[in-house]
Design a protein around this ligand. Structure first.
Ligand code: ATP
Length: 221
C-alpha cells in the first residue's frame, strides 16, 4: 500500500517537502492556515486544505489518524508547532517529524513526542561552515551530538598513499568507510587501497577526531 503523508505548514521548508513527496508519487495531504499557500499546492498535493492544525477536531475530521507520517513545518509560531505536535502524538500518529526553530523548541518537541526533530537552518549552516573551513571538505553530516560523517576530496597530500600508510584511524581516530571514484563507490575499502587525487573519502568519527583530521587537510592547502 502507498504510504500516506501530511505536511502541515506550507512555507519554504514544508512546501519543498510537499513538492518532493508528490514528485515521488506519494499521497500527500497539504495543510495550511493561509488560503493562498493552500491554493499554490492544489495541483501538486493529492489534497490541499485550509485548516488550523491547533484545532484537534479539525485534524480528526480530516482523518489524520490514518496517515503514516506527518511533517509539522510551522516555523515562527512555536506555540502552534508545539500544540500541533502534542495533538498528533495524542491522536497516535505513527511518525511525526517537526521542524524546530531553535534549540529550546527542539528540546520541548523531543519531550512531547516528536519522533524526529529537524533543524534545517542550523544543520545547513554547519555543513557550509565545514566546507568553508576547508575546500577539501565537501559535506558534513551530523550523526549525533558528538559524531559526524564528512566527505573529503583527496588532494596532493593524501594522493598516492594507501589507507594503511595514511593510518587515519590511528592518527586521527576516525575511519574511512567508503571511497568514491567517479561513479564507482568502494564500501569498506581494503587497507592496501591507494588513494588517487580527486577521490572522495567518506570519513566517520567523533567530532573532535574529525576536527583534527580537518586541520590536517587545511594544512594541506
Ligand atoms: P520557511 O519554511 O519559509 O522558512 P518559516 O519557518 O518561516 O517558513 P512560517 O512561515 O512561520 O515558517 O510557517 C510556515 C507555514 O505554516 C505558513 O505558511 C503558515 O501559514 C503555516 N501555519 C502557521 N500556523 C499554522 C497553523 N496553526 N495551522 C496550519 N498552518 C499554520
Amino acid at each position: 500500500m502507498k504510504k500516506e503523508f501530511a505536511v502541515i505548514g506550507l512555507g519554504r521548508f514544508g512546501g519543498s517537502i510537499c513538492r518532493e513527496l508528490s514528485r515521488e508519487g506519494m499521497e500527500v495531504l497539504a495543510l495550511d492556515l493561509d488560503e493562498d499557500k493552500v491554493n499554490e499546492y492544489r495541483d501538486i498535493a493529492s489534497h490541499a486544505v485550509i485548516a488550523d492544525s491547533t484545532d484537534e477536531n479539525v485534524l480528526r475530521e480530516l482523518g489524520l489518524r490514518n496517515i503514516d507520517h506527518v511533517i509539522v513545518a510551522i516555523g515562527d509560531n512555536i506555540q502552534a508547532s508545539m500544540l500541533t505536535t502534542l495533538i498528533l502524538e495524542e491522536m497516535g500518529i505513527k511518525k511525526i517529524t517537526v521542524k524546530a526553530q531553535n534549540d529550546y523548541h527542539e528540546k520541548i518537541l523531543n519531550k512531547i513526542g516528536a519522533d524526529h526533530v529537524v533543524h534545517p537552518e542550523r544543520d545547513m549552516g554547519k555543513r557550509i561552515a565545514h566546507n568553508i573551513i576547508s575546500n577539501n571538505i565537501l559535506d558534513y553530516i551530523e550523526l549525533s551530538d558528538d559524531h559526524s560523517v564528512v566527505e573529503v576530496i583527496a588532494g596532493n597530500k593524501l594522493s598516492g598513499q594507501s589507507l594503511m600508510e595514511l593510518d587515519i584511524r590511528a592518527q586521527y581516530g576516525c575511519n574511512v568507510v567508503a571511497i568514491k571514484r567517479g561513479k564507482e563507490i568502494n564500501v569498506s575499502p581494503m587497507a592496501t587501497e591507494e588513494i588517487e587525487k580527486g577521490d572522495i573519502l567518506i570519513v566517520i568519527g567523533a567530532d573532535k577526531d574529525i576536527g583534527r583530521f580537518e586541520k590536517h587537510l587545511i594544512a594541506e592547502e
